[in-house]
Design a protein around this ligand. Structure first.
Ligand SMILES: Cc1ncc(COP(=O)(O)O)c(C=O)c1O
Length: 432
């Protein structure tokens, strides 16, 4: 029987809300995924693509990692759902202990306590609630270009106006933004803005990504986070680090904050925690969590139906074991160095400037015109042409002019070389 043409795009046009899946009228975006394994994805036409996004930074141990899938399947067949804050299942306790071990027990030799959530923004909101309960202070400081998800709580910290403006009247407005300092001039400005907010307002927490991901793979000035840690301590404010994008080996450390040896009070994780199941977590220092959250008298004040889902917990435990057993964090240091060398060797075409950003397997190339304006159109064109060539990429940054290279940590050097060779051909053929 002849194969029916795939009608996914037509169905989405008819039945999915507008403003979700972007469907290019030219018909060359998106592709419809049917399978993914390791670094490769297949579409409905059977065409193979090399995924340089890890599907939003989720597939750190590779798509459908066999040991992670097996753990999820086994759990699904045994216990597919339990009762979040009421009757737990064994893996919830085991994963909470594992998260404590890989965070606060490594950093401070003290226990961490976890609130499980479903998506990344919920983990951020759990951290914001914790900070308010612990400090009694309403205000938070976040960073320009920062991204923390799109729930009504998280929107107080996510910076980009396009996400917040349509809902501005309904958002609590307890957040404010200061520049994310990447160079000395910005560092001075940010220090002074933070200090003056601490001195004049009631600030319970500072919320930051150690490296801004969706903001364009922006790495802070090396002095910034150590200063921020000291300043938070000085003013009794909490430091919340959002490691949702940067966690689980992505940058060549378990967590990106380890590059600066800065220990947060609360850390948010999601995305690559499970390798492909919606589970996230807010982990806090034991004493702080106990100070913030009262003992339950039977009704939790923060929970959800799927809290600590058994399948997600099984996959997360297998995924963390896989990162350890395959030594993927150390491997990322090496692969990241090769990637940087390859990216820096790309010739800059006439009429453009290119800036390399990031490290580990979270790197990007910012594309600008000679006057410093973002080359957004060219960047989007490159993504589309790369897709045609069989490579999946996404634009990052407020202006969508940063080509992010965020592949599974399992990617090999030959695979990286093939990808960067194709990218170089596209970049080098840009016309001013
Ligand atoms: C740093 C960071 N925080 C939070 C989020 C939100 O996560 P989610 O989309 O799972 O709600 C994202 C998503 O890209 C992110 O990159």
């Amino acid at each position: 029987m002849p194969k029916q043409p795939d009608n996914t795009i037509a169905l989405l046009r008819e039945y999915e809300s507008r403003n979700i899946t972007f469907i290019d009228p030219a018909g060359d975006w998106p592709i419809v995924w049917t399978k993914a394994k390791g670094v490769y994805v297949r579409d409905t036409n059977g065409k193979r693509y090399l995924d340089l996004t890890s599907a939003f930074g989720v597939a750190n141990t590779g798509h459908a990692n066999p040991r992670v899938v097996k753990a999820g399947q086994k759990q699904m067949a045994t216990l597919c759902h339990a009762m979040g804050d009421v009757h737990p299942h064994p893996l919830k306790g085991q994963l909470a202990r594992e998260l404590s071990r890989i965070t606060f027990e490594r950093w401070l030799r003290t226990r961490g306590k976890t609130i499980f959530c479903n998506s990344g923004f919920e983990a951020v909101e759990a951290a914001l609630k914790t900070a308010f309960l612990a400090t009694g202070r309403k205000g938070i400081i976040a960073f320009e270009s920062g991204y923390h998800g799109l729930g009504y709580g998280a929107l107080n910290a996510t910076h980009r106006g396009m996400f917040r403006n349509p809902f501005r009247e309904q958002i609590g407005n307890f957040g404010q933004w200061v520049p994310f300092p990447t160079i000395p001039g910005e560092l001075r400005k940010t220090k002074s803005a933070i200090r003056s907010a601490f001195q004049s307002q009631s600030i319970g927490a500072i919320l930051a990504e150690p490296i801004q991901g969706r903001g364009g793979i922006r790495v802070s000035h090396p002095d910034f986070f150590p200063w921020l840690r000291r300043e938070c301590d000085r003013y009794g404010s909490l430091l919340i680090l959002d490691e949702i994008y940067t966690g689980f080996g992505r940058t060549g450390k378990w967590f990106a904050s380890e590059h600066n040896r800065v220990v947060p009070d609360l850390v948010c994780v999601g995305k690559a925690l499970t390798g492909g199941f919606p589970l996230s977590a807010c982990i806090g220092r034991n004493d702080l969590m106990d100070k913030a959250w009262p003992a339950s008298d039977g009704e939790a004040i923060h929970t959800s139906t799927f809290l600590g889902h058994p399948v997600g917990c099984a996959m997360a435990l297998a995924n963390i074991a896989e990162l350890k057993n395959q030594k993927l964090v150390n491997q990322t240091v090496r692969t990241g160095k090769h990637l940087e060398k390859l990216l820096r060797a790309i010739a800059v075409p006439n009429g453009f400037r290119i800036f390399h950003r990031g490290f580990g397997l979270m790197q990007g190339l910012a594309l600008e015109y000679l006057d410093g304006a973002p080359a957004t159109r060219e960047c989007i064109d490159i993504m589309k042409r790369m897709l045609r060539r069989g490579f999946i990429l996404l634009p990052e940054g407020d202006y969508g002019n940063v080509i992010g290279i965020i592949p599974p940590l399992t990617i090999t050097l030959p695979q990286l070389k093939t990808a960067v060779r194709a990218l170089a051909l596209e970049i080098e053929s840009l016309k001013p």
